[in-house]
Each structure stands twice: as C-alpha cells, then as structure tokens.
Design a protein around this ligand. Structure first.
Ligand code: ATP
Ligand code: ZN
Length: 303
C-alpha cells in the first residue's frame, strides 16, 4: 500500500511543512529551506564551470508569451492565471454583497496580463529570441522560478506551487544533445552524493486529452524526456526529481530563435524539483537533519 498521506502527515507533524488548508500549498520551515539552499549550492557548484547566464524569474510570466507558448494546447488542465478586480464602485458593491452572502464573487474578476509560470524556462525563450541570432557557442542559462501546476494532491511531492531550478541550453542539435547527456551524468553524481536511491528512465509530459496520448507516446519513442526517479511517497511509483528534456526545434521555431548561421535553434533543459529533492532527503535520512549521515550534511553545508 502506498504511504502518501502518512508522508504528508509526518512532514507536518515534524514542523517541516505547514498546512494552509489547500492540498499542494504549504509553508516551509527554516530547516526545509536550508536543505533547499544546500541542494541549490550543490547544483551551482556542478554547473558554474560552464559559466551560464543567471536569470531569476518571479512566479508570474507575461500572459501573451504564455498564450504564444502553446501551453494551453498541451496542458490546459495544469495552467493557472491571475485574475483581478477591475470594476467601479457599483461592481465593488456587488462583490462585497456576494462575499457577504457566501455566493461566488469571482465572476467579475478579469484576466490580468500575468499568468503563473508553469516551468522556469517558459519566460526565457522570448527574451532570447528578442536578442537576435545566437553567438556561435549558443546560449546557456541558469534559471529558477516558483512554478504553478493545478494538480492538488495529498502527496507532498505533488505541490501546486513549487520551485524549479533549470539549466537551459540553446544552440545546435549537437550542443543541446551533449548538454543533456552531460547533465544526466552530473545529475546521477549529485544524487549519489546525497546517498539517495534512484533510477533514470524515459518519460513523457502529461499532455491533455486523447490527442495528448499520441504526443506522449511519440515523445517517449523519440527519447525526448528522461527523468531521474527516487522512491519517495511510494516504492512502486518513484517520483521524478530531475528531468532532462530535449525540445528539438519546437521553441526555436515557435519564438524564431536562430543560431549564428541562421538555422533554427534547438533547445533543451534540465529541471531540478527542489521541494521533491528536499522531501526525498527527509524521507530517506529521517525528519531530523542532525541525524543525517555526516557526508550528506557536509555536501549540503548543514552546520
Ligand atoms: P518542459 O520545459 O519541457 O516543460 P520542465 O523540465 O521544465 O519541462 P517538468 O519536467 O515537468 O518541467 O518538471 C521539472 C521538475 O519539476 C520535475 O522533474 C519535478 O522534480 C518538478 N515538479 C514537477 N511537477 C511538480 C509538482 N507538482 N510538485 C513538485 N515538483 C514538481
Ligand atoms: Zn524547461
């Protein structure tokens, strides 16, 4: 039997996460954040040798860029939008009356120019496209963002708001494929250092609907997505903690990103699910970090 609810209970009981009343939306304790910082420092230590350009995004992105990205075609069920009150005083009166009477007050809310970022790399592509053709070496970016996915769950590794750390490579097919192979090895080394069990396997994104199944199958057949999976909530269904994606020329074509020679750029990304990695550590090494193996504490810089 899967132990998903009890893992959440344990994380709450040990004061590592705080319940907000919404599945997948939690406060994080100081020590939980220290673990996340430790993981990020390890990731940077491995990745900084390639001198990536660092960009930090807020959890929201330009709605027009989101619409153009095709996300709503593939993952309408996961998207989150920011709606706001834009009415006059009369509209404010009806909003308050609806609230008071316990009626739905959200009907008058209007979509703003911002949607919640679904993956850390989504806001990057239009920025790169706007700069014009890439230099001969292509581009390499170190990104981080809070991300939203509407997938409420009592499995603490499936949050609605979580942090994704990504390295993104933009360039020729060879540059992107090499980047992904390199990071698959680096990812394994990182998880070995954290003394966590894992497997790496081919994967697919959760494309929506019947048509989505066909796209997901082709993504698997072409080996476009791999995941590093760690047993966390369940032994039988390990959790994807790192993902290694090759988008081919999908985003290059979509945004008009070109290589130095004018060819359409290819892109790929490696994504680190920071909360998933932290929870995997608590699950395997215990809820008290002072009892974690000395080597793991040292890697994470826990004092
Ligand atoms: P792409 O850019 O192709 O959309 P991506 O790498 O940006 O893909 P995913 O592979 O879907 O995005 O997610 C990256 C990582 O984020 C996953 O490996 C996982 O660790 C983490 N993640 C995904 N969904 C959740 C969630 N609901 N809660 C916590 N972490 C998640
Ligand atoms: Zn990505």
């Amino acid at each position: 039997m899967d132990a998903q609810p009890s893992l959440l209970d344990e994380l709450l009981r040990h004061g590592l996460l705080f319940d907000t009343g919404v599945d997948g939306l939690y406060g994080r304790a100081g020590i939980f954040e220290e673990v996340i910082s430790g993981i990020e420092t390890m990731v940077v230590r491995i990745g900084h040798v390639d001198r990536p350009e660092v960009i930090r995004f807020p959890p929201g992105m330009n709605r027009a860029h989101f619409e153009a990205s095709g996300y709503l075609k593939s993952f309408p069920h996961l998207a989150g939008t920011v709606h706001c009150f834009c009415g006059d005083e009369a509209a404010h009166g009806s909003l308050l009356a609806d609230l008071e009477k316990g009626r739905d007050w959200t009907g008058g809310q209007k979509a703003s120019d911002i949607v919640i970022t679904p993956a850390a790399c989504y806001p990057l592509y239009p920025i790169v496209a706007k700069r014009g053709p890439l230099a001969a070496g292509g581009g390499l970016f170190d990104l981080s963002s809070y991300c939203f996915r509407h997938e409420p769950s009592t499995d603490p590794t499936r949050m609605q708001l979580f942090r994704m750390r990504e390295y993104v490579r933009v360039g020729s097919p060879e540059q992107v494929v090499d980047f992904r192979s390199e990071w698959m090895e680096r990812g394994k080394t990182l998880i070995d250092k954290l003394r966590l069990p894992y497997v790496v396997d081919v994967a697919n994104d959760p494309f929506f609907g019947r048509g989505g199944k066909i796209i997901a199958n082709s993504q698997r057949e072409l080996g476009l997505k791999f995941e590093l999976l760690i047993p966390v909530s369940s032994q039988a269904n390990p959790t994807a903690c790192l993902s290694f994606n090759y988008h081919q020329d999908h985003f290059g074509k979509l945004w008009g990103i070109t290589q130095a020679d004018g060819d359409v750029a290819h892109t790929g990304c490696v994504g680190f699910g920071l909360e998933r990695l932290a929870i995997a550590l608590f699950r395997h090494h215990g809820f008290d970090t002072t009892q974690w193996p000395a080597g793991v504490r040292a890697e994470l810089g826990l004092t």
